[in-house]
Design a binder for this molecule. Structure first.
Ligand code: NAD
Ligand code: SER
Length: 314
């Protein structure tokens, strides 16, 4: 079987670092080319090849894909929800042109597989709040959500029309301890652990009862790899799969931390991100992912809290 050559775009970001390291374990260090607009994340240093790359520059991207004999692309570069509301045109341009460039080159070069993440942010205030189903009313109100919604349908279009094997997950908010988050509404759920370990009070930019779908990074990485390894015939959804693990609010994550650190305190000062959070579902029905390719999460809130505190302390 010919060896896979994988390009990760946005490899220096929160997901990119961990996904690149996980892919290198599976396919071999030299087979996974990390790339980003910014410098290589220090956690990737010495672990495999890195190229500076702007996904908006289609010629540069095309050239790298040919030069590096790339067979699969994981395209992660995007502007997230909170940063997107501060700069809507930048978010729209990057989030749309990036995926269109990748899909067009995948079609031309007959690449084997493409991965591109969507988000629970593609749902809007008129979608069901609890156990939001795979297919439902979708009227996003953030530029990030609109770009994910449009991106999903471009993926389905390239699959149906040109046979591009592009796969996608609607990630919930992702919590991790390795690389820093990149400007999302769910980032508070990472910062809170850092503050707890510094023995500082935490001021949350969301109200105490704002429940959102969330997932610990090891589950998200495993979900991505399992989706990409599943037989193509099992992937019935070519927009993007709902995927879930847990749902919590600032008050419930604080209570989870207090089980391990009883002196931890939190107060609430909501800002513009409250409106973004209010527009999203509180929990997600991911039964299609469970049926089609066997998705099952491992971490609940308390398991994640224990692991986050241990890993960050170390
Ligand atoms: P991030 O902001 O941490 O990382 C994105 C990376 O893309 C950054 O390193 C950035 O430098 C790079 N980048 C930006 N513009 C680029 C360009 N023009 N060319 C090449 N690289 C460029 O984001 P993340 O949290 O790792 O998210 C990765 C993907 O997952 C995004 O599509 C995001 O929408 C999606 N997602 C993330 C979450 C989450 O909670 N982190 C949840 C849902 C979906
Ligand atoms: N975690 C992401 C954000 O808050 C959701 O896609 O933007």
């Amino acid at each position: 079987m010919p060896k896979e050559r994988i390009l990760v775009i946005g490899a220096s970001g929160q997901i990119g670092v961990e996904l690149t390291l996980a892919l290198r374990k599976i396919y071999g260090d030299q087979q996974v080319v990390a790339s980003d607009l910014r410098e290589m994340n220090p956690l990737l240093e010495g672990t495999g090849p890195y190229v500076a790359l702007d996904v908006m520059n289609k010629e540069m991207l095309h050239g790298q894909i040919i030069r590096q004999n790339i067979t699969q692309v994981y395209h992660l570069a995007a502007i997230l929800s909170a940063t997107g509301e501060k700069n809507p045109s930048l978010a729209w341009n990057l989030n749309m042109q990036g995926i269109l460039n990748v899909l067009e080159i995948a079609k031309e070069e007959k690449l084997k597989k493409i991965y591109w993440p969507s988000s629970i942010a593609m749902f809007g205030p008129t979608s069901p709040k609890k156990n939001c189903p795979q297919q439902t009313i979708i009227e996003p109100t953030t530029v990030y959500g609109i770009s994910k919604y449009a991106g999903e349908f471009w993926c389905q279009y390239y699959h149906q029309k040109f046979g591009v094997d592009v796969r996608s997950l609607r990630y919930p908010g992702l919590i991790s301890y390795k690389s820093a988050p990149g400007g999302g509404t769910t980032d508070y759920a990472i910062d809170i652990y850092h503050k707890a370990l510094q023995h500082k009070p935490f001021t949350c930019f969301l109200e105490k009862d704002t429940f959102l779908p969330m997932m610990y990074m090891p589950d998200a990485i495993r979900a991505t790899l399992e989706l990409m390894e599943a037989p193509a015939a099992d992937i019935r959804i070519r927009t993007s799969y709902n995927i879930a693990a847990m749902s919590f609010s600032p008050a419930t994550i604080a209570a989870s931390i207090q089980k391990y650190m009883p002196d931890f305190t939190i107060d609430y000062r909501p800002d513009f991100r409250q409106a973004i959070a209010n527009s999203w579902p509180q929990s997600i029905d991911d039964s299609c992912a469970r049926v089609d390719w066997g998705w099952k999460e491992q971490y609940d809130l308390d398991m994640m809290t224990r692991d986050m505190l241990e890993k960050l302390k170390a």
